[in-house]
Ligand binder design. Sequence first.
Ligand code: KMH
Ligand code: ZN
Length: 280
Amino acid sequence: MDKLIITCAISGAEVMKTHNPYVPYTPVEMVREAREAVEAGASILHVHAREDDGTPTQSKARYETIIRAIRETCGDVIIQPSTGGAVGMSMDERLAVCDLPLEMATLDCGTLNFGGDAIFVNTENDIIRAAKLMSERGIYPELECFEKGHIDTVLRLIKKGLMPAPHHFSFVLGTPCGMQGSARDFHFMRESIPKDATYSVVGIGRYEFPLAELAIQYGGHVRVGLEDNIYLEKGVLAKGNRVLVEHVAALARQYNRPLATPAEARQILGMEAFDDESIL
Ligand code: KMH
Ligand code: ZN
């Protein structure tokens, strides 16, 4: 089994300080959360930029400021900005961040009800556009799939030659109106991807740690962080991203699964070696 890659989704776009005061907004707060997540064992940081008041933004300039600050503090960690942004943003707005020399970014592979009247829109043409852009710019996509139909979409695009290898999936399970995160849901998803693909689980809310434990046992990888879950345990807010990563690192120790360094994560995922001259 490969070493375990822990991704930490430090900020998100929808979670606010009113939900958990450790949610970072400013670049200084982003660096604090990034550093603590990396110290605890994360090798990938999934980042949503925010304005100082917490408003989600896909501003290139804001991402550049945040990424440069994180890079200075966290060395060769893999920095993975979001192209999902926040619900309601246009694809033009969401993909603007891909103008930066990025190593990796998320690529959302289908539309989903997000609760109430909110819909997270990713049409087939949106997905194809994002895949083409990222491939042209050498940005490694993390294929976010919120349900099995999203995996099927990716498989169809692979067949059409529109989704080049390597393929690294994220199973985002437990959103209010999406697929939930039971063991049965997990196995259905992991058995549905190509044999040579890798995957990470993203358990929302109470699914975060049970899915992490399953992925650790079955050779998958894990994402945790305040974007996905604000609690360390029922009713106890997590005092930052560090404790969430530490919890997964402890589970990994329990199952004798060593953690991957950023360099090892790049190897496992089939990414290019890190080149700090050309990568932000
Ligand atoms: N904030 C969600 C609407 C991603 O980062 O690519 C989308 C999201 C997915 O978080
Ligand atoms: Zn995200």
